[in-house]
Design a protein around this ligand. Structure first.
Ligand code: PMP
Length: 422
């Protein structure tokens, strides 16, 4: 720990007990040098880096096990099928789903939400109905609902936020009415880090018989997500944001809804029988997994969840809180830097603007020092509009980020401020 971090955090620092340096050694990419600098990766809300254990299982799968699943009656096909179905069970345990059948493999959060919107949404929503989302949403939890709303003649309603980025729960209660057919909410904002009180919001929607879809892209990697405790109706997350491969994600749904939902895509792997006149579909989850799935991806995701559980999600959450707290203090001391998103409940996302420099300039300058952050609207243009900016620079942290790295980012930002003030 640097001297400044000891002073800054004082006695309030949370002791997560994580050996970050040992942990970093498990991520080969972190040893990379970028533009002659050590690599500082703080773009974790976009995607996380992968531990060796995940890289190894992907390698092993293609080296030693590759075959298509479900169809072939041969040794490797049986093994691949078993591994794919075991991965489903692994995910179910991780999210505490009542049954692994409620775990549907999809490409990612985007596909999961589109699947729910185009099946459950279309089935449920009629002309004049309302779909309730929040100001915090990623485009993935706006556009799919707009498509359904347009097709069905429904209306999108939006829960406002205050200037800190906290959802207005009074407004939420007032917006829930007899026309509301679905509530779709981000659990954690990717752009400003706000953690949304999902349990409470689900309870209130359920009191009015309204189902809730949760975009868990930014919560699953950072906090315990227990389907039975959250009691949401659908939950979606992406493998690549939780140390797993790209192209694999999870849709969880309550049995009572999945049972009656029509298929999303048609094709092989989702049917019981086909004639030119009539096709009978499988039950879920198979019904929603048309075509050859991302077999290696599911196995890689299972390895990623093993990694998370080995570290412990509570330890991860505590460490990230510690890093966020430290980074917030360090960044706040920079002349002309303004943090956007100051909710009391926040994930390790630090969005900011500088008086002098455009977010894209900030990221270009930081890149020269080997630092990867994100700049722009973060696929949350309506939120940017509400905050009165066109975009922000965003540093998002994970368990392998150190205080030394935060110091490096802060030093680079100070350099930028000096450069633009010249
Ligand atoms: N929702 C949120 C809150 C996100 O952060 C993201 C990814 N930035 C998505 C949805 C979309 O995830 P994916 O691109 O993996 O489908």
């Amino acid at each position: 720990m640097t001297e400044s971090s000891q002073t800054a955090l004082g006695g309030n620092r949370i002791e997560s007990g994580l050996d970050v340096h040992a942990l970093r050694a498990r991520f080969p990419i972190l040893a990379k040098r970028i533009r002659d600098n050590s690599f500082v990766y703080v773009d974790n809300a976009a995607t996380t880096q992968k531990p060796q254990s995940v890289i190894d299982v992907l390698n092993e799968y293609y080296t030693d096990q590759n075959a298509n699943i479900h169809r072939g009656i041969h040794y490797l096909s049986e093994q691949a099928t078993e591994a794919y179905e075991e991965a489903r069970c692994r995910v179910a345990r991780f999210i505490n789903a009542p049954s692994e059948r409620q775990v549907i493999f999809v490409r990612g959060t985007t596909e999961g939400i589109n699947l729910v919107a185009q099946t459950f949404g279309r089935q449920r929503i009629r002309s004049g109905d309302e779909i309730l989302i929040s100001t915090l949403e990623h485009h993935s939890n706006i556009v799919p609902w707009q498509l359904v709303a347009e097709a069905q003649g429904a209306v999108i309603k939006v829960i406002p936020i205050d200037d800190r980025g906290v959802l207005d729960l009074e407004a939420y209660r007032a917006l829930l009415n007899e026309r509301t057919r679905i509530v779709a909410l981000s659990h954690v904002s990717n752009a400003i880090g706000t953690v949304v009180p999902i349990v409470e919001m689900c309870r209130e929607a359920h009191q009015k018989g309204i189902p809730v879809v949760v975009d868990g892209a930014q919560s699953a990697p950072h906090m315990k997500v227990d389907m039975q405790a959250l009691d949401c109706d659908f939950f979606v997350f992406s493998g690549h944001k939780i140390f797993g491969p790209t192209g694999i994600g999870v849709l969880y749904g309550k049995d009572e809804w999945l049972r009656d939902m029509p298929p999303y895509e048609g094709g092989g792997g989702m049917i019981q029988s086909v004639t030119f006149e009539k096709t009978r579909f499988l039950e879920f989850p198979g019904r929603f997994e048309a075509g050859t799935p991302h077999i290696a991806g599911s196995i890689g995701l299972a390895a990623a969840l093993d990694f998370v559980e080995e570290i412990g999600i509570d330890k991860i959450a505590a460490y990230e809180e510690e890093i966020l707290h430290y980074a917030t203090e360090q960044f706040s001391s920079i002349d002309g830097l303004r943090i956007l998103g100051t909710a009391p409940q926040k994930a390790a996302v630090l969005s900011f603007v500088l008086d002098e420099a455009h977010p894209h300039d900030i990221s270009t300058f930081l890149d020269q020092d080997g630092i990867a952050i994100r700049a722009g609207h973060h696929c949350a243009q309506p939120l940017m509009k509400r905050l009165g900016v066109s975009g922000t620079a965003r540093a998002s942290f994970s368990i392998y980020n150190t205080r030394e790295e935060v110091d490096k980012v802060a030093d680079s930002l100070r350099k930028i401020v000096r450069f633009f003030k010249r």
